[in-house]
Design a protein around this ligand. Structure first.
Ligand code: ZN
Ligand code: ZN
Ligand code: ZN
Length: 782
């Protein structure tokens, strides 16, 4: 079964409504009314109160002057159909300025009438007034007229000269329809609507000015204005009716304002000179046949606002080479692109769910097409006679492929099916006229992509990034769109790291110049920093001395190749201390006095001195048990002294050499020396040889000596309490007794005898007290 449909259906509608209508009149003159005025006999009239109405004309003249008065009363109205009959030969008519109104069809059918002047007294012209005045070339319309009724100048096909006065605010339907000689017209401001067929078939109309008071252009308003080349529709217009510009075969330029939401049925049907048109983004629908037969249309952009494309919308657009159906469109009507014989590029966005029958039929140059996911049926003859179609992509949303869908698609070789073989098998492919499809190779992509969006991630200095992409983990493919139409590659979605962009390095020396730190910052991200601190190589160029500053160079060599070796010279190394020689002792120190030592700077000769502290006194190695002793010449007692060695007392006797008294060595015959420390006992006869008074006894050892005072007195009498033997009792005596009592320093026997002031043969605190009382003068000793 094969159905053959054509694209002419839409044209048929045009002819149903274009025929103008001429009223057939059944009006009769009333009985009993007579014309009695001058040439009034040619007129049928009616006198009503104070005015006359012309009802008809009976004369045979080619020229007629309508009287201004009949029966002395002014003629004020030309009644309905007054000249409609029996006026075919009238060439000229003069209307007097008493007339204020012209009735319906009053001059209709005055085929020979060539010109007419309507006096300013006329304020109203009824419908059809001049329709069919086929010879009327010019007419002057009264400035008092506010509306031009419907069909007023219908079929005035000779009318070339007409000015619509500014007083006119409305123009009725068909008013100028078929005024084939009219070349230009200005619609006065204030008119709000251009009614149906108003200027249709004005086949010589080349220019028309539409004021911006117009909001509506009704259907077929400019239908068949074959000479109209361009038209500007003001922004005020919100609707353009069906077929408004259909058949404007010379229309090459038209501006549609963005107040319009619909491109109506047949709007531009057969506009064969139209090469391009801007559809504003306010348009939601392109109705049936809107651009069909626009054979020169090569470019058209369907805005995103459009959501439906009607049937035949672009049918027979033989010059159209490419079309993109935007996302918003959900359906493409039957035959929408039928017979677009130059259409090579078709992009149908994924919003489309329905594509009508014959939609792309006879698009001879179409080579490939992608049916968007969501379309369920490939309708009858959708690609009928697309002789160059070689490949098509079909989604697995398709459940039915109708008869003749691919009829005579003789070059179809490859079908890319977004689905599995099993899914393909389940499609209801109708058998008739689909041989091409059955002969083509079916490529299966195996599945419908399950896409995961991966948001864009900008590459940083160190890490790569990616643009937004979608990934199907079933086929492991990458796509640049969310529908998975455009496959991309791993390489394309991999943005390499940008790498750092380093600033010029900066170098900072430590205060002592021993280290240098280099650093540079990435201009992309100031937290990216490279830094290195190195110890400087220090080279002394000139040593500093006590008389001049030194010069040192510091060299910092970095391991990081971004950094350059840095050099610094410090020529202000401070003067050094003097270069002193050894200290020389100029005055040696003794145990009693500090010494002095001196040193000299080798560089500048400056001298410096310092004290040498006193020598420390060596403790006596040998000491007496007593510090002094006494003896008297009248005593026969020997005087014994005991000498101890501070250390190693056993050596005291061993190291003993001799004794000197007052610097003269004493013969060993004069004393005895016994071990046990050293106990020296001077013989009494020797002591008697000594002079009275104090003597220095010096005992010499091999490694030291000891000195002691020896007081020699003439008599052994003594003052009780005078322990020291100096002949008086003083605080010294108290001290000596106290030292003895405390066991610190024992007194000699002689001294003990003197100290025992209470004569109890022992020395106690009582003795000290008594001596003290004497010294203080409190209680003198006896
Ligand atoms: Zn996939
Ligand atoms: Zn960086
Ligand atoms: Zn110096």
């Amino acid at each position: 079964m094969r159905k053959k449909l054509t694209s002419f259906l839409c044209a048929i509608a045009l002819f149903l409504s274009t025929a103008g209508y001429l009223p057939q009149n059944t009006f009769r003159i009333q009985d009993g009314i007579t014309a009695s005025a001058e040439n009034a006999e040619d007129f049928g009239y009616n006198v009503f109160e104070e005015s006359v109405t012309i009802l008809s004309y009976f004369g045979t003249n080619k020229s007629v002057d309508i009287p201004s008065q009949i029966e002395g009363k002014p003629v004020t109205r030309i009644e309905r159909d007054a000249f409609n009959y029996n006026c075919e030969n009238l060439i000229s008519i003069t209307i007097p300025d008493t007339v204020t109104s012209i009735g319906m069809a009053a001059f209709a059918g005055c085929k020979s009438l060539t010109s007419l002047e309507i006096p300013d007294s006329v304020t109203s012209i009824d419908i059809y007034a001049f329709s069919g005045c086929t010879s009327l070339k010019s007419i002057k319309i009264s400035d008092s007229i506010t509306s031009i009724g419907k069909n007023t100048f219908y079929n005035c096909r000779s009318l070339t000269n007409i000015t619509i006065p500014d007083s006119v605010k409305s123009i009725g339907e068909y008013a100028f329809c078929n005024c084939a000689s009219l070349t230009g017209i200005t619609i006065p401001d204030g008119v709000t609507s251009i009614d149906q067929y108003t200027f249709s078939s004005c086949s010589n109309l080349t220019s028309i000015t539409i004021p911006d008071s117009v909001t509506n252009i009704s259907y077929y308003a400019f239908y068949n204005c074959e000479s109209l080349k361009s038209i500007t529709i003001p922004e005020s217009v919100t609707s353009i009716g069906d077929g408004a510009f259909a058949g404007c075969t010379n229309l090459a330029s038209i501006t549609i304002p963005d107040s319009v939401t619909i491109i109506s049925y047949l709007s531009f049907y057969g506009c064969t000179s139209l090469t391009s048109i801007m559809i504003p983004n306010s348009v939601k629908s392109i109705y049936s046949c809107a651009f069909s037969g626009c054979t020169s249309l090569t470019r058209i952009t369907i805005p995103d606002s459009v959501n439906s494309i009607g049937e035949y919308a672009f049918c027979d657009c033989a010059s159209l080479t490419g079309i993109t159906i935007p996302d918003g469109v959900t359906s493409i009507g039957d035959r929408a692109f039928y017979n677009c014989t130059n259409l090579t590029s078709v992009t149908i966005s994924y919003g489309v769910k329905y594509i009508g029958v014959y939609a792309f039929s006879e698009c001879m140059r179409l080579t490939n097409i992608t049916i968007p996911d969501g379309v369920e049926r490939l309708e009858i003859s959708i690609f009928d006679k697309c002789e160059n179609l070689t490949s098509i992509e079909i989604p697995n949303s398709v459940t039915t492929i109708c008869d003749d869908a691919f009829f005579q698609c003789t070059r179809l070789t490859d079908v890319y099916y977004i689905g599995t073989p099993a899914e393909w098998e389940s499609i209801n492919i109708q058998k008739n006229g689909n041989d091409s499809l059955f002969n083509a190779k079916i490529h299966f992509t195996g599945h419908k992509h399950v896409l995961t969006a991966v948001p864009a991630n900008a590459a940083t200095c160190e890490e790569g990034g990616n643009p937004t992409y979608w990934y199907c983990n079933i086929c492991d493919k990458y796509f640049s769109d969310e529908k998975g139409f455009n496959e991309t590659t791993k390489r394309r979605i991999t943005l390499p790291p940008k790498g750092h962009t380093w600033s010029e390095p900066t170098y900072t020396w430590s205060d002592d110049n021993n280290t240098c730190t280099a650093s540079c910052i990435c201009v992309n991200d100031e937290t990216h920093v490279e830094t290195e601190t190195v110890e400087a190589e220090i080279r002394i160029i000139e040593e500093a001395t006590c008389s001049h500053m030194g010069k040192t160079s510091y060299i910092a060599k970095f391991n990081n190749s971004k950094f350059e070796t840095q050099r610094k010279i410090n020529s202000e190394i401070p003067k050094t201390h003097h270069t002193w020689g050894e200290w020389n002792v100029t005055t040696p120190a003794t145990e009693e006095e500090e010494g002095v030592q001196t040193r000299i700077c080798k560089e500048c000769g400056e001298t410096e001195t310092r004290q040498i502290p006193k020598l420390e006194k060596q403790p006596d190695l040998y000491i007496y048990a007593e510090t002094e002793t006494v003896c008297s010449k009248d005593s026969d007692e020997a005087t014994t002294i005991t000498i101890n060695r501070i250390t190693d007392d056993a050596k005291t006797f061993e190291n003993f050499k001799n004794v000197e008294i007052d610097g003269k060595v004493v013969s060993s015959e004069n004393y005895t020396a016994k071990a046990g420390s050293l106990i020296l006992t001077f013989k009494p006869e020797f002591l008697k040889t000594l002079s009275d008074g104090e003597h220095i006894v010096k005992v010499n050892f091999t490694d030291g000596d000891a000195e002691l005072k020896l007081r020699v007195s003439e008599t052994s009498e003594y003052v009780l309490g005078d322990v020291s033997g100096d002949g008086k009792i003083t605080i010294t005596d108290i001290t000596k007794v106290a030292a003895h009592v405390k066991g610190k320093k024992l007194l000699t026997k002689e001294q003990q005898k003197r100290a025992d002031v209470n004569r109890d043969n022992k020395l106690t605190i009582t003795d000290i007290t008594k001596i003290a009382a004497h010294v203080k003068g409190k209680k003198l000793l006896k």
